[in-house]
Design a protein around this ligand. Sequence first.
Ligand code: FES
Length: 144
Amino acid sequence: MSATQADPDIAYAICSFNDIPSQKARSFHLLRVDEDGATKPFHIVVVRWGRQVFGYVNRCPHDGVNLDWEPNQFFDPNGIRLMCGKHGALFELGTGACLEGPCKGRALMPVALQVLDNDICVTGVTLAEEEDEPRLCDSDENET
Ligand code: FES
């Protein structure tokens, strides 16, 4: 494994579980380090639904824009699907699949999340510690 390859065992805390109320979503502007060592914006949306969390890259598969036309406004009027603010595509919460709209049949890009020590953590990527300042999750040791 190269030094810049994502370590699947590393988890980055982006917020506390309780920072996102159930049935709400929040955007995070992170920076990821790609395999070539380049740092790139990594804008994601995290949805909390009860005890579950779902993460997706905040990029509509239709036109490549952020889904939220106003900051952190991700839901359709019924509050049960993610909606792109530009042309109204609707996405299933649990899968990111586009169910209606101009990108029907395509899907949001998933982001792997874990809840560790009551923190929502991003896994499967290497993050640079800037912008929303992710920190490493500590899954088997207690921080004091
Ligand atoms: S850009 Fe999202 S539906 Fe068109």
